[in-house]
Design a protein around this ligand. Structure first.
Ligand SMILES: [Zn+2]
Length: 573
């Protein structure tokens, strides 16, 4: 029943696009991986009896819709009953055969036969089976989405760089539901979400354009997550000019596809705006007129309005303007795009670009990217690649790593044999010195955005809050340990298409408040994270520690060092 050995006859690294009509748009996913027990079939603990296999409602039709869309399907399932002697390999094969008989064929089966004592790389929450499934399907984890019913499924997906969709059952813990990037009610709804997200970035047939002004004001992170959409526009335009704010300028200058950059603060976007100055607005309008753009695409977050700028673009004579707007735009917009809540920000932007006629070409993977040819050399003193970077600060206090926790994380990681570099801006040197302590390398004050990217490029992983550097790491393909305060949704703002482990209390009272200063004394959603969990996460992401050196005595077992096994669910599976 294993189909892994079948010759792979399509383009390497790519399966049939699941895009809409044109089938020339970006390919969000090549494959959907599914947990077995509790997701595809009702959970019968340690089931060795094919007669007890019961699909969840609507499973066959839902899976057939994925197959019809050209997606390949795989199963990734923990089967510790083998190690525990509760069923035989023959019984497992019989149960899996019955699953296929009822639900149709799967293109790969991955199961972990071990129990939690084995410390294997395959048992979820470890990402080994996601890697193996992607490999056997000729794709990468970043082009897979995993559907499962418990937190271990979501952790395994995230740690591999795959998307995750949680379909909770009555036994799923509330904390696991809160932490999941996306949550839906049942398997058919998970399929709806996967197919609708793919359709949203496909758009109508792409068109050619001359000079296009793209706009993304706000911070470096906002600009970076808009990068795939900017590349989509650039693929079909003769020239792309980016308008961004002062905080996004450095990120904008690293985006592929941008020919020219205009920096201008927009008082209806900035978090700490100056009063509106009519002369400044006049100057901006003239500057926009001088671009001689044939059209403009205005990217925003869901809480920002594109309409004030759309008016200026009209006054600057730009004939075609596209933006997301729930508010009635009158004649300000030619393409008024609407998107559902909860999309990852890069996909939200990609869907606007596609609606404007600029779908990302199928040969450009929709991940974040920056121009690494524009990076300075990394600072000396870091040794070879593979160190861990800890970036404790953030312009928004709720999104920073609490300083005491950050200092403890450095001690725990260095004690376990990791080299740790601590980064921060010129106004954070006291913070980085404190956090680096005696064992970390303090790079505070030396790292502008391009310098930080140069440091990150050699990193094995980045430990960071929900702030710009997380997206910079994603753009470099560097795994992220995300200490993510739940003030905004992780599924929208978490690191995109890069291996990541989320830590912190996702159900804390600050959830979805968008608070910039934590409303709960002590910022417990992050401050309560055990540093040992960060070490576990670094291991889960596959970052090896350096071999012990003379003079350095790792203090494993010290007060801050947690058990070395990635915390899984206490589930019996
Ligand atoms: Zn295993």
């Amino acid at each position: 029943m294993r189909r892994d050995a079948e010759p792979y006859q399509r383009r390497p690294g790519r399966v049939d696009p699941v895009a809409g009509p044109g089938a020339d748009g970006p390919v969000l996913y090549d494959a959907v991986l599914l947990d077995r027990d509790g997701t595809l079939v009702e959970d019968v603990p340690y089931n060795g009896d094919p007669g007890k296999v019961r699909p969840v409602p609507g499973a066959r039709a839902a899976l057939d819709r994925l197959r019809a869309a050209g997606l390949r399907l795989g199963v990734v399932t923990n089967q510790s009953g083998l190690a525990r002697g509760l069923f035989t390999a023959a019984q497992l094969r019989a149960v899996n055969a019955r699953v296929e008989e009822l639900l149709g064929p799967f293109d790969t089966w991955q199961f972990c036969p071990h129990d939690e004592r084995a410390g294997c790389a395959c048992r979820k929450p470890a990402p080994g089976m996601v890697h193996a499934a992607a490999r056997s399907l000729g794709t990468t984890p970043q082009r897979c989405v995993l559907v499962g019913d418990i937190g271990a499924d979501m952790t395994a997906a995230g740690a591999a760089g795959a998307a995750g969709v949680l379909v909770p059952t009555s036994t799923t813990r509330p904390a696991e539901v809160a932490a999941a990037p996306h949550v839906v009610a049942d398997l058919p709804a998970a399929v709806d979400l996967i197919l609708s997200r793919a359709a949203l970035v496909a758009g109508p047939a792409p068109r050619r354009a001359g000079t296009v002004l793209v706009v993304r004001s706000d911070s470096a992170g906002d600009v970076l997550v808009t990068g795939p959409a900017v590349r989509a526009v650039a693929a079909h335009a003769a020239r792309v000019v980016l308008l961004c704010g002062p905080r996004g300028r450095d990120a904008g200058s690293l985006l592929p596809g941008v020919a020219e950059l205009i920096e201008w603060p927009l008082p209806w976007i900035d978090g700490d705006p100056a009063p509106v100055d009519p002369r400044d607005i006049d100057r901006l309008t003239e500057r926009l007129r001088a671009v001689h753009a044939d059209e403009a695409v205005v990217f925003t977050s869901f809480h920002q309005s594109a309409l004030p700028l759309a008016l200026l673009l009209r006054m600057a004579g730009i004939p075609r303007v596209s933006a997301v707007s729930d508010e009635y735009p009158g004649s300000l917009l030619d393409v008024r795009h609407r998107v559902p809540d909860g999309l990852p920000e890069p996909e939200r932007a990609l869907s606007l670009a596609a609606a404007a006629g600029f779908a990302l070409p199928a040969d450009d993977d929709p991940r974040l990217r920056i121009r690494t040819d524009r990076l300075p050399p990394a600072p000396a003193g870091l040794g070879g690649p593979g160190y861990v970077v800890l970036h404790p600060g953030s312009a928004v206090p709720t999104r920073a790593v609490p300083p005491e926790l950050a200092a403890r994380i450095v001690r725990v990681l260095t004690a376990a044999g990791h080299r740790v570099a601590v980064t921060g801006g010129p106004d954070e040197t006291a913070l980085t010195a404190h956090v680096a302590g005696d064992t970390g390398v303090d790079l505070g004050g030396r790292t502008g955005l391009a310098d930080l990217a140069a440091v990150l490029a050699g990193a094995g992983a980045l430990v960071v809050g929900n702030t710009g550097p997380a997206h910079l790491a994603a753009a470099l393909g560097v795994p992220v340990v995300s200490l993510f305060a739940p003030t905004v949704p992780y599924g929208q703002w978490g690191p995109y298409r890069v291996p990541a482990v989320r830590l912190g209390d996702a159900a804390a009272p600050c959830r979805d408040t968008r608070a910039t200063v934590c409303p709960v004394p002590g910022h417990p959603c992050l401050a309560a994270v055990e540093p040992g969990r960060v070490l576990d996460a670094v291991r889960l992401l596959g970052v090896p520690a350096d071999p012990p050196r003379a003079g350095l005595t790792p203090t494993a077992g010290g007060p801050d060092v947690a058990a070395p096994v990635a915390a899984g669910r206490g589930s019996a599976r």
